[in-house]
Design a protein around this ligand. Structure first.
Ligand code: ADP
Ligand code: MG
Length: 383
């Protein structure tokens, strides 16, 4: 098992145009951690994973595995196992042979190969399928064979690049649970890439949020922390908008009063909202963005809400049975973005209605004009 340390890692695919893909990536990954790299498509997640695997050069910075700098160590000597989105099994080989193939190439003792394959099959629930060919397996079983191929190598670090994105939604949920179980059983260091923030929230000990690198930005590592740290204390608008589903609502306004515990803002609609936020580094009149999550808005006893209330026009509602969503148009929202309410029960509203919701002060997030979060002084707990 292993620790992985990245220090000031940079990647530039084409030095001629000075455009970095990744910049100033610092990560300290502890032995046994389940780390998820998440971010929109094209932000460099696969690139970062491939650099750790040794499949891609590191332009600048250091990569250490168990304290040893491995920038120039070939992939085969890094003791890393990688599972890709397309699992590319050998179609003419049985499940057993698919898993054994890499070990045979290494001329491993037959008994040891048998032991490892049987053990991996046991962990993955593939014992009954060892003699089958891949075409006689479901998508989920094939993906498990691909993971098995990796497990038998006994790597110190597992790298997964969007391993579930080719599976249908139900199977993705099932495999997600299996991967979580696998982590508990193997106790291995896992680095897992996904663009799906739900996968990130459910699997990770720590999430690394990446964004597409802006030319002037110091880094595109936006935040590295536990799922709840990111949910409760996103450092900026990017992380706040990326973590959580449905997405956090953002409303434009300006500061009207500040204390160490609370800040009151006036939205551009004129509505006043009080947030449990320390905005003392800002001043009255500053433009801000107020954030509040759809699941924290109150639809009952709204006049009792200590943060205030907001009224908006209903555009559409969605009833999912267990959840009810109302998508609204607030004059304080960014053009083109909705103001969303998530409720546990059906609400008596239809498109075109004016609908008011209550805001708990402790549920608010506040961001300055640059999108940097002010520290929250409380964290909201739903009653
Ligand atoms: P992600 O996995 O987050 O979707 P990638 O790491 O695949 O993103 O790609 C990040 C950026 O690097 C993209 O803009 C992509 O076009 C670019 N890129 C990826 N691979 C190469 C390559 N081999 N040569 C040049 N540019 C590349
Ligand atoms: Mg990718």
């Amino acid at each position: 098992m292993a620790e992985v340390l990245l220090s000031k890692v940079r990647k530039n695919y084409n030095p001629a145009i000075l455009k970095d893909t990744l910049r100033n990536i610092n990560l300290d990954i502890k032995d046994g951690d389940f780390i998820v790299f998440v971010g929109p498509s094209g932000c460099g997640k696969s690139t970062l994973l491939r650099m750790i695997a040794g499949l891609e050069d590191i332009t600048d910075g250091d990569l250490l595995i168990d304290g040893k700098r491995v920038n120039d160590v070939p992939p085969s000597e890094r003791n890393i196992g990688m599972v890709f989105q397309s699992y590319a099994l050998y179609p003419h080989m049985t499940v057993f042979d698919n898993m054994a193939f890499g070990l045979k190439l290494k001329h491993m003792d037959k008994k040891e190969i048998l032991r490892r394959v049987v053990q991996a099959a046991d962990v993955l629930g593939l014992e009954a399928f060892l003699e089958r060919k891949p075409k006689a397996l479901s998508g989920g079983q094939r993906q498990r064979v691909a993971i098995g191929r990796c497990i038998v190598q006994n790597p110190s670090v597992f790298l997964f690049d969007e391993p579930l994105s080719n599976l249908d939604a139900a199977l993705r949920v099932k495999m997600r649970l299996e991967i979580a179980k696998l982590h508990q059983e193997l106790n291995a260091t896992i680095i897992y890439v996904t663009h799906d923030q739900v996968e990130a929230m459910t699997l990770a000990d720590k999430i690394c949020v990446l964004s597409p690198l802006r030319p002037s930005a110091e880094s595109n590592l936006e935040q590295f922390g536990s799922p709840l740290e990111l949910y409760n204390h996103p450092v900026n608008l990017f992380v706040a908008g990326f973590i959580g589903s449905p997405k956090m609502n953002f409303l434009k306004g300006e500061i009207v009063s500040i204390s160490e515990e609370k800040c009151t803002v006036k939205l551009i609609t004129g509505e006043k909202v009080t947030a449990c936020v320390n905005a003392t580094r800002g001043k009255v009149g500053d433009s801000i963005i107020l954030g509040v999550r759809p699941e924290h808005l109150l639809t009952k006893n709204i006049d009792a809400a200590d943060g205030g209330k907001v009224t908006a026009k209903v555009i559409v509602t969605e009833n999912l049975g267990a959840e009810f969503y109302v998508y609204m148009d607030s004059g304080a929202s960014e053009v083109g973005s909705d103001f969303t309410v998530k409720s546990d029960s059906e609400l008596e509203v239809v498109a075109g209605d004016e609908f008011s919701v209550g805001i708990p002060a402790a549920a608010c997030y506040l961001f300055d004009a640059e999108g940097i979060a002010f520290p929250r002084t409380q964290v909201y707990k739903r009653s």
